[in-house]
Design a protein around this ligand. Structure first.
Ligand code: ADP
Ligand code: MG
Length: 389
């Protein structure tokens, strides 16, 4: 048997087998955990990003440092790998086009194109009948005024492109001065949404394989702090019928996109138990980090399986679990007390290899397991508090 086997499975699918080389665009912690999963399965990994000594590069076989606009370097990168995936979705469309003819790109450029821009994403969702909060795409101040008059206040304005962790968002009330908001968002395309009274935010992480099979985890529940994910608990404590509905919607979205890879669907659950799709992330997601320790197959292994044509793994959750992010803020008094957190039973520490701790920067996370979701959550928060002891 030679390494780098490329075999055709029974379903007529060409499997990119262990020993092959996988390419990742982007080099943060998602790429790092993808790479660890890929290497455990016997793959090699090359990463491409503008940075050096990155979370992904530290564990990959090859780290290419070049701009996403450097199409020659991108093509050279693509020729060295058997399939390309993303850990960072804001890669310019031109970069994806440049490599699409050379190597399979999974998920495809068209799925990325939709998920990259909030306006297009919301339009896709509502055109296909997926529930979204009332919204409007707006590209001028008069249109903004009309949209708010139609949707009502309070409302939220979000920049259409390149927003994350609440960056580029503004809440509108009846007292809002539209000129100020339009300036604040940089006078560019925005999405205006009705503000929802939230009971919970949940996410469904799902994968679709090359053969069209779909596997999703149970919904996870997410709490944010300053617009950044703070704690995820699994399974989400929502009505069973609502959890089933969220899973069905996620499956239908992946099918509609003919998606290959892992996708996260973020939902709002209103205080009236309505379910709305908030946004899509075309990659593994922060809320799925607990699958590394608490599920049969992690979201990162699932991404490897999906993009190489291997069968998807079981998404079964082994125990109730909770994840707490470790942000750079925890370095206020110097290096956190890692030993104190590791002393907790059923708590696992993950660090991303970032040398510079800045406020708001995701440096790592903790996962805890327990007999109940509450126990797991209490443990993970106590372990994180202990970092400052
Ligand atoms: P990002 O791309 O920054 O994650 P989101 O659209 O997910 O942007 O918004 C970030 C957070 O802001 C959400 O997780 C939610 O807590 C809050 N939020 C956003 N839109 C609304 C809304 N329409 N109603 C209520 N809360 C919202
Ligand atoms: Mg979000």
């Amino acid at each position: 048997m030679t390494q780098s086997a490329t075999a055709t499975s029974g379903a007529g699918i060409t499997v990119i087998g262990p020993g092959a080389t996988l390419g990742v665009l982007g080099s943060g912690q998602l790429g790092r955990m993808f790479t660890i999963a890929a290497r455990r399965l016997g793959y090699r990994v090359h990463t491409f990003s503008p940075d050096e000594d990155t979370p992904t590069g530290q564990v990959a076989d090859v780290e290419v440092t070049a701009s996403y606009d450097d199409l020659d370097r991108l093509r050279a990168f693509a020729r060295e790998v058997q399939v390309v995936t993303f850990e960072f979705e804001n890669v310019p469309a031109i970069a994806v086009e440049a490599i699409s003819g050379l190597v399979p790109v999974r998920p495809s450029g068209s799925a990325l194109y939709i998920a990259q821009q909030r306006g297009r994403e919301k339009a896709f969702l509502s055109e296909h009948g997926f529930p979204t909060v009332p919204f409007a795409r707006v590209d001028g101040i008069a249109a903004l005024r009309d949209a708010v008059a139609h949707i009502g206040t309070p409302a939220v304005v979000k920049t259409a492109a390149f927003g994350y962790d609440g960056k580029g968002q503004h809440k509108l009330t009846s007292a809002t001065v539209f000129e100020q908001v339009w300036e604040a968002v940089g006078r560019r395309e925005v999405v205006v949404e009705k503000f929802i009274n939230l009971q919970a935010e949940i996410s469904v992480i799902a994968a679709r394989g090359l053969d069209g099979s779909v596997a999703e985890y149970v919904p996870f529940e997410n709490r944010h702090s300053r617009h950044i994910l703070d704690v995820t608990t699994a399974p989400a404590q929502v009505l069973p019928a609502l959890a089933s509905r969220a899973r069905e919607i996620a499956r239908a979205i992946l099918d509609k996109l003919q998606y290959v890879g892992v996708l996260c669907v973020e939902f709002f659950v209103s205080t009236e138990n309505e379910l709305f799709v908030n946004e899509l992330a075309p990659r593994p997601h922060n809320s799925g980090h607990l699958t590394v320790d608490a599920a049969v197959t992690s979201q990162f292994e699932q991404q490897v399986r999906a993009i190489t044509g291997l069968p998807l793994g079981s998404t079964e959750l082994l125990r109730p679990a909770a994840m707490a992010n470790i942000l750079g803020d925890l370095w206020v008094d110097g290096e956190p007390n890692w030993a104190a957190a590791c002393a907790f039973p059923d708590v696992k520490l993950h660090l991303y290899g970032k040398s510079e701790a800045r406020p708001g920067r995701k440096m790592g996370h903790l996962t805890a397991m327990g007999k109940t979701v509450h126990e797991a959550q209490d443990r993970v928060i106590a372990a994180r508090d202990a970092l400052l002891s």
